[in-house]
Design a protein around this ligand. Structure first.
Ligand SMILES: NC(=O)c1ccc[n+]([C@@H]2O[C@H](COP(=O)([O-])OP(=O)(O)OC[C@H]3O[C@@H](n4cnc5c(N)ncnc54)[C@H](O)[C@@H]3O)[C@@H](O)[C@H]2O)c1
Ligand SMILES: [Zn+2]
Length: 378
């Protein structure tokens, strides 16, 4: 259990946050992706900037799963333009690219840190409130989570009107990322009452709202609830860390280019079952999974039954979201998968997110989990 709880970004739940943030800003920089510019979503910031005569520059070259070269380009513009406020607008990828640039520029002494504001357009990563960023090394086919206090944003704006255009598939993927953050935080070795409170609320919000957004992209009440769930889960895992599920998802995503949330969903039922000791003797984590079962009103009369219930209902939930049932169904060829399995097992064990998993995973255990998830064999 961790005996600290860090709370930093001021969270605004609609656009009015800009009225508080913008006075005093003279020179802003926006980090985003091409879709945000082509769809004119970026006007969410540029119109108020123009009304207030704020000079600005836009970096719109972030691609999903930002790599080192993208971060270098953001650092270059950030250091040369010298903004007095930095805005990251987009999904986890633009937010992580901006965070990494803040970190690199500060650590190398290139630039002082200026106020940093995040505006998520997906409800998924919780990156708007975390001190983590995930950067891809394309050559090594690896994803590296980095963390530093300086990367923690100063303010986050949660406005679901920005998520209305998220395609159903991305809504499902990112929503499962939120669910995985909340579940992994809840059973983490560093969880405490504060992280549990955020994780519990996030779990409940996801289970009552994700399917609604998936089926009806214009259900703005459900969209806003998912935005809150994502942020709450982000606050939770920013303090408690994550677990083996993310360690495995990072390496699978880096090797086979599977969207982050989708990769998490491919492992979740298996990792819950493994952590709880469903196939051997129950671990302490089973008690926490049983608490999740109670939260969702699916608990049984024993810890084992309740944990099975969480595993089964997670699998059913993924099916309702049309997520692939196995790594094979996600389009990964068996030969390629097997040839990279040993490396993925090692990477998952080494991934920093695995450190707070409720049980210490074994090499054989992780290998078995990869193989089960490949075949969809629970
Ligand atoms: N920093 C953290 O704590 C943390 C946590 C989890 C994941 N991550 C990282 O975040 C990245 C994933 O972020 P993500 O899942 O938010 O996706 P993303 O930012 O990679 O975006 C995925 C796609 O959705 C599009 N998109 C985004 N918002 C949209 C909108 N409103 N309407 C239409 N399309 C939209 C993007 O243009 C992109 O094509 C990965 O690199 C992952 O490793 C970071
Ligand atoms: Zn995640």
């Amino acid at each position: 259990m961790s005996t600290t709880f860090y709370l930093k970004p001021k969270i605004y739940m609609n656009k009015s946050g800009l009225d508080e943030i913008l006075p005093g800003v003279k020179r802003a920089m926006i980090v985003t992706d091409r879709f945000m510019c082509e769809s004119k979503t970026v006007e969410y910031l540029t119109i108020p900037f123009e009304h207030r005569n704020i000079e600005y520059t836009i970096f719109d070259g972030v691609t999903p799963d930002p790599d080192l070269s993208t971060v270098a380009k953001v650092v270059d513009l950030y250091v040369n333009y010298k903004p007095d406020a930095l805005f990251a607008l987009g999904g986890g990828s633009p937010i992580d690219a901006a965070k990494s640039a803040v970190f690199v520029a500060k650590s190398l002494g290139y630039a002082d840190r200026c106020p940093f504001i995040t505006i998520p357009t997906t409800s998924g990563t919780g990156s708007e409130v975390s001190m983590f960023a995930v950067i891809t090394d394309v050559e090594k086919e690896a994803k590296y989570p980095i963390s530093d206090n300086d990367m923690l944003p100063d303010a986050a704006i949660l406005d679901s009107c920005l998520t209305r255009t998220v395609p159903a598939k991305v809504t499902a993927d990112t929503g499962i990322d939120v669910f995985t953050h909340a579940v992994e935080s809840f059973v983490s070795t560093a969880a405490n009452d504060f992280t549990d409170a955020c994780a519990e609320k996030a779990i409940k919000l996801v289970r009552s709202n994700l399917l609604r957004c998936y089926k009806d992209p214009n259900d703005m009440e459900a969209r806003q609830a998912m935005h809150h769930a994502s942020c709450l889960a982000g606050i939770a895992f920013n303090n408690s860390g994550l677990g083996l599920n993310h360690g495995m998802a990072h390496t699978l995503g880096a090797h086979f280019h599977i969207a982050h949330g989708r990769a998490n969903g491919l492992f979740l039922p298996y990792v819950i079952s493994y952590n709880a000791g469903c196939r051997s003797s129950l671990t302490d984590a089973a008690k926490k999974y049983a608490r999740i079962a109670r939260l969702l009103n699916i608990d049984g009369s024993t810890f084992r039954q309740s944990t099975f219930s969480v595993v089964r209902s997670t699998k059913a939930f993924l099916k309702k979201l049309d997520m692939p049932d196995s790594i094979r169904e996600a389009g990964v060829e068996k030969e390629a998968f097997l040839s990279q399995l040993d490396e993925m097992v090692e990477d998952a064990l080494k991934d920093t997110t695995t450190r707070t998993n409720p049980i210490i995973p074994t090499r054989e255990g992780v290998r078995d989990l990869f193989l089960r998830a490949y075949d969809g064999r629970l």
